[in-house]
Design a binder for this molecule. Structure first.
Ligand SMILES: Nc1ncnc2c1ncn2[C@@H]1O[C@H](COP(=O)(O)OP(=O)(O)OP(=O)(O)O)[C@@H](O)[C@H]1O
Ligand SMILES: [Mg+2]
Length: 404
């Protein structure tokens, strides 16, 4: 039996906990050090524990199995409560602040009613990027004075990130609750943002989505949700992948996981009236006002969205992008420059056609005029291609020519 110090025992416990095996490579040990979970255990990476080239055996013989190592760590702690268990990293007020620019629309009132009901009723909010999904949930909490914990999910998100894990604090390895456990213990709303980016490592949420408690095996504790705890997930897809490939990185979520959300809200872009209010508020927050520009921007976005949904262009202008344009206008004082800067992220053809379309709207063309012109252009293009069936490039670059 090898005598280890308390700190060494803790390091062994964390390493075993991460990999669930007793022979680790140098790289595996270093990865845990890099994550900040333990200090570098240079004592372990020595000949004494070496079993192969770059491989070290964890001295688990201090305990018969991992549970015992865990128990030992906890039992040896001079003050069990303080040293081995950080209850909360979130102190103070976690109710979101009200945003002066916010204009309620879409599922906002439904989300508010769910919060008001105090019931555990998980919801899934889906919709294209930048149409206010996250903001609606945040602002519903702000209005209802509801505590909110937002977790941005990625493909890397795992049980450790969600439920909690051992962290290094003041030279000691301590347990820290993850955001899910925090939200359960506080009775807060848990916002799982961009849930469709997750891998199946989020399946640890299954019992939590049923409203029952969860057994956190690493600390041997059953956590029951406090009244008021609820979960809202947002995503650009419905968890079935992204058919058009627009949302790279989205994954197909487990059917049983999706089944645990009783309702799904389909968030659309705001109506023109609401979007005008949002842009007016954005300009006002920047100390400006320009009713005509706001109206034209909204008409412009409306034409682009209609064309996008008809398959005429590959890109769309989101509410978020319109907000960015009004902010750029407030800073630079130049409408075309603002539109150019904020559409530079698209390919040249798309960007040029968007800017050109804006100049048409700016010169007084109405939504109806532009759509009529567009339909006529489509028709004549169709006739031309029928007449000239030899021509290969009639349809080339549709996105560039669609507004011309
Ligand atoms: N109701 C609203 N009132 C005011 N501004 C809004 C509203 N909805 C959206 N916006 C503006 O659009 C931006 C994007 O909104 P939000 O982050 O909620 O979009 P999202 O749908 O969650 O997008 P993503 O799918 O990319 O996460 C906000 O930062 C805000 O500027
Ligand atoms: Mg969002």
């Amino acid at each position: 039996m090898i005598e280890l110090s308390k700190k060494q025992t803790e390091q062994v416990s964390v390493l075993y906990d991460v990999y669930k095996k007793d022979i680790l490579t140098r790289a595996e040990i270093n990865a845990v050090v890099k994550k900040g979970k333990i200090q570098n255990p240079s004592w372990l990476k020595t000949d004494k524990f070496k079993v192969d080239r770059g491989c070290y055996k964890l001295p688990l013989n201090n305990a018969e199995d991992n549970n015992k190592v865990d128990e030992k760590v906890l039992d040896d702690a001079p003050n069990k409560q303080e040293a081995a268990y950080i209850v909360s990293s979130l102190t103070g007020d976690i109710v979101p602040k009200k945003d002066k620019v916010f204009v309620p629309f879409g599922n906002y009132s439904d989300v508010k009613n769910i919060i008001k009901s105090g019931q555990f009723y998980p919801c899934f909010v889906t919709g294209l990027s930048g149409n206010g999904k996250t903001m609606a949930v945040t602002q519903a909490c702000a209005e209802m004075k509801k505590e909110l914990i937002r977790v941005n999910i990625t493909i890397e998100t795992d049980e450790d990130d969600l439920l909690g894990g051992y962290r290094l604090k003041d030279g000691q390895t301590v347990w820290q609750n993850g955001p899910v456990i925090e939200a359960m213990e506080r009775g807060a709303l848990l916002l799982l943002d961009e849930i469709d980016l997750a891998s199946n490592k989020i399946m640890c949420l299954q019992p939590i989505l049923e409203g029952s408690g969860v057994f956190v095996k690493k600390i041997n504790k059953f956590v029951k949700p406090k009244a008021g705890f609820n979960v809202i997930a947002t995503a650009n897809t419905k968890g079935q992948g992204s058919e058009d490939g627009k949302f790279i990185g989205t994954n197909i979520l487990n059917e049983a996981f999706l089944e645990r959300f009783p309702v799904t809200f389909e968030q659309k872009y705001p109506t023109s009236k609401i979007e005008k209010k949002i842009l007016t508020n954005t300009l006002k927050a920047a100390g400006k006002s320009d009713v005509k520009f706001v109206e034209k921007l909204v008409t412009w976005a409306d034409v682009i969205r209609r064309t996008f949904f008809d398959g005429g262009v590959d890109e769309i202008i989101s509410t978020r992008r319109l907000v960015h344009i009004t902010q750029a206008y407030a800073i630079f004082g130049d409408k075309i420059k603002a539109i150019q800067l904020c559409t530079n992220r698209f390919d040249d053809d798309t960007k040029n056609s968007f800017v050109e379309l804006y100049t048409k709207v700016d010169s007084g063309s109405s939504l109806e005029d532009i759509l009529k012109e567009q339909n006529e252009a489509d028709l004549s293009q169709q006739l031309e291609s029928e007449d000239d069936s030899d021509s290969d490039d009639t349809d080339a670059d549709q996105s560039a020519s669609v507004y011309n």
